[in-house]
Ligand binder design. Structure first.
Ligand code: PLP
Length: 210
């Protein structure tokens, strides 16, 4: 074993909690996912509400231990269904959406765990709360009764993730949140160095998406 990998494993053992791997199953048919479910893996990620309802409603009814994570953009008109099927929402990124989730979780008496998405690279085309507005938005969401457990980011595709993961770790500590959703197939080892607790891994598990 390479010594760098060995030291990473030792580091992981002394962490407070073992990071969770979200198997990102978007675009894959349920037949492709079933072997992993049968093996006992419990956390899966989808980026579309409609696709998740179709793929997961039956399976979740049979297996209440499965956790479904929404990792894609959530439109307010889909919140009702999102709260119904998802246990975690990683993409809270505006006040209107926060209010809608708050209303819906009261109606359904079901509280999804929430990550606030941060636009860590200040990219105009990307969703997420800007770093400057984060504390205010966090307070706003908590006052609405949302169960905010951490921050989430998707760093710029064309840049090294390290600096962005480091900033996310600092922001999370500043707000005193325990969970961090960051790291994908290409950069999950770096995310682990910055205390990610939820890795969102798709292609490394299920293969290439078409
Ligand atoms: C698709 C997706 C992933 C998984 O990406 P891979 O590179 O296949 O691991 C993780 N996070 C988000 C938000 C995604 O949309």
């Amino acid at each position: 074993m390479q010594s760098s990998i060995k030291s990473k494993l030792i580091e992981l053992k002394v962490r407070e909690s073992i990071p969770k791997i979200i198997a990102v199953s978007k675009t894959f048919k349920i037949d492709h996912i079933l072997p992993l479910i049968e093996y006992g893996h419990l956390d899966y990620g989808e980026n579309k509400v409609q696709e998740a309802l179709e793929k997961w409603t039956g399976i979740k009814n049979q297996n209440s231990k499965i956790n479904l994570h929404l990792i894609g953009k959530l439109q307010t008109n889909k919140v009702k269904f999102a709260v119904k099927i998802f246990d975690y929402i990683h993409s809270l990124d505006n006040e209107k959406l926060a209010k809608k989730i708050s209303d819906e979780q009261q109606k359904q008496e079901k509280k999804p765990k929430i990550f606030i998405q941060v636009n860590v690279g200040d990219e105009s085309q990307k969703s997420g709360i800007s770093k400057n507005d984060l504390v205010e938005f966090y307070n706003f969401s908590v006052n609405l009764g949302l169960d905010v457990i951490g921050l989430m980011c998707i760093p710029p595709f064309d840049k090294e993730s390290r600096n962005f993961f480091s900033q996310m770790n600092d922001l999370n500590e500043k707000i005193n949140l325990k969970q961090l959703s960051m790291g994908m197939s290409s950069d999950y080892l770096t995310a682990l160095e910055f205390k990610s607790t939820f890795l969102r891994i798709g292609s490394n598990i299920f293969g290439q998406r078409y």
